[in-house]
Design a protein around this ligand. Structure first.
Ligand code: FAD
Length: 500
């Protein structure tokens, strides 16, 4: 028996998207594919993208990475959620954590019990019962699967890391497993005269790279899928009006907190991402509502530590490609669309698209059925995340700027309007089964942005008033005990994964 000849996979682009794609493909399909990656140092990468969500742990497991080495090499920290400051109303804040508050009981989610107690005068907010909130407030972090010997789940987490070091780390991994890298600028794309498939690319120095399948990781430019194959772009900026960002690093925070912070501003919002060696900051804003100069001044005035350079500008249009895979080419990363970084979803989308493409990679033929399925699922995923992001802008009481007045009064997709109405009525969540965001995420953002459900689920009436008080008290005691047993985030890093 002889091995079937290897097919040629060509990845164009070596940013986060290109190297995640290369690493995952070589790990899972390396026996049947020859993989080449082309990138250009002269063009460079976006170089931002430093906060993640817990799904990245799955990617690391697939790649077989050692977690502590990965954090050390990328000068990373741990992330329990995102603190939203001034979003629902100025002067308020909430933490969208990666975990559940409290404990579901007798068929009803915990927030229904909390809502029942709140309706009869109980004043603590939902986060009073959140393990993640308490750990974040005390800057503590550790590996905790569950709270004591209860059914309460422990700490779910993700990472913050240096985007440049992350791409370099994955590059070493992918090249170590056999991916061949070419340095150069793609200047010409050759297509099959009959079926229109891409057959080769030619670089500026004349190198020709032939392939059976191409992955476009060229960033916002989408050189292959957009420019060459002519796949259009669906613009979502009427719902997500931010279209520019300024990014600037600053000195390390005096205390390494285990969460990202997103502070709403006059015409957008500002991120703060704590790393071991520096802090990542950026101001995402809508150019229709603020000048670039005012946006830069806002960013610098909002830093907690001294800036380490000048703000770097980035431009984008929120939306997605009309198709994610056409002919023999799929776009992954910024080339496939962009959802602004409010919930740190872009790197997840890269990972999810790579995973889906590997699962549907055509074994033979032109893969028309696989392509249709891939496009259907990627589109649905983009739309679900889009709705979750819009919720942060729409569900606000802010009326202190033209930007917030626009967001508060804009029409939103029916799919989101339905979710808002359902939650406002009875605290229930109408999420799709494959939605990236869990019920707990929707609940936290709805409540955090200021929606108070009119009623709770009647299943939460199973407890008497006295039992309800005892239940809430026990939850609080258990999480306090669990958090007091955790090391500080700083100590955890020093002990396990401090960068040199
Ligand atoms: P790029 O980084 O732009 O890479 C493109 C690659 O293509 C480069 O290697 C370039 O050299 C190559 N290339 C382009 N044209 C050619 C050519 N002609 N020939 C050869 N090579 C070529 N995501 C998160 O998950 N979390 C975050 O916190 C987050 N924050 C963000 C903040 C901002 C302001 C922005 C804009 C994005 C953020 N993202 C975030 C998204 C994240 O940065 C991207 O998803 C990620 O960096 C992937 O980018 P990319 O690899 O698709 O594109």
């Amino acid at each position: 028996m002889t091995d079937t000849p290897k097919r040629k996979l060509v990845i164009v682009g070596g940013g986060t998207a290109g190297w995640i794609t290369a690493a995952a493909f070589v790990r899972l399909l390396g026996r049947s594919l020859d993989i080449t990656l082309v990138e250009s140092e002269a063009i460079g990468t976006v170089g931002v993208g430093e906060a993640t969500i817990p799904q990245i742990i799955r990617l690391n497991a697939i790649l077989g990475l050692d977690e502590m080495e990965f954090v050390r090499e990328t000068k990373g920290t741990f992330k329990l959620g995102i603190e939203f400051v001034d979003w629902g109303r100025k002067g308020t804040s909430y933490l969208h954590t990666f975990g559940d508050a409290g404990l579901s009981l007798a068929g009803a989610a915990f927030h229904h019990y909390w809502r029942r107690a709140a309706a009869s005068g109980h004043t603590s907010d939902l986060w009073h019962y959140s393990l993640h909130r308490l750990a974040a407030d005390h800057a503590r972090f550790g590996k905790l699967d569950r709270v004591g010997n209860t059914a309460m789940t422990g700490l779910a987490y993700a990472y913050h890391f240096d985007a440049g070091l992350y791409a370099a780390y994955l590059r070493r991994y992918a090249e170590g497993q056999g991916v061949v890298r070419h340095e150069g600028i793609v200047q010409h794309v050759t297509r099959d005269g009959e079926n229109g498939d891409i057959t080769a690319i030619t670089l500026d120095k004349g190198t020709r790279v032939e392939g059976d399948f191409f992955i476009d990781c060229t960033g916002f430019r989408a050189m292959l899928l957009g420019e060459e194959l002519g796949v259009g772009y669906e613009d979502w900026s009427r719902w997500l009006p931010c279209d520019r960002a300024l990014a600037v690093p600053s000195e390390r925070l005096p205390t390494l907190v285990p969460y990202t912070r997103a502070t709403a501003k006059q015409a957008g919002w500002q991120w703060r991402i704590p790393l071991q060696h520096r802090t990542g900051n950026g101001h995402v804003y809508s150019s229709g509502f603020i000048s670039d100069q005012d946006a830069a001044d806002t960013l610098l005035a909002g830093l907690d530590t001294k800036a380490l350079g000048d703000p770097r500008p980035l431009r984008f249009t929120t939306g997605r490609r009309e198709a994610f895979w056409a002919h023999n080419c799929a776009a992954i990363g910024l080339s496939s669309g962009f959802l602004e970084p409010l919930e740190s979803t872009s790197i997840h989308l890269i990972q999810s698209h790579v995973n889906r493409l590997i699962q549907l990679f055509p074994a033979q033929g032109d893969g028309a059925a696989e392509r249709a399925e891939y496009n259907r699922r990627c589109a649905a995923e983009f739309e679900q995340i889009r709705d979750f992001l819009i919720l942060h802008y729409k569900q606000t009481a802010r009326d202190d700027s033209a930007f917030w007045n626009y967001c508060r009064t804009m029409a939103v997709p029916d799919s989101l309007a339905h979710k808002q109405a359902l939650f406002a009525s009875s605290g229930r969540i109408g999420r799709d089964i494959d939605d990236l965001f869990r019920e707990a995420s929707w609940v936290q953002v709805m409540l955090g942005q200021g929606v108070t459900p009119q009623a709770h689920d009647p299943m939460a009436d199973a407890l008497s008033d006295a039992q309800l008080g005892e239940f809430l008290g026990n939850v609080r005691t258990l999480i306090e005990r669990a958090v007091s047993g955790l090391p500080t985030h700083e100590d955890f890093i020093a002990r396990h994964c401090a960068a040199g």
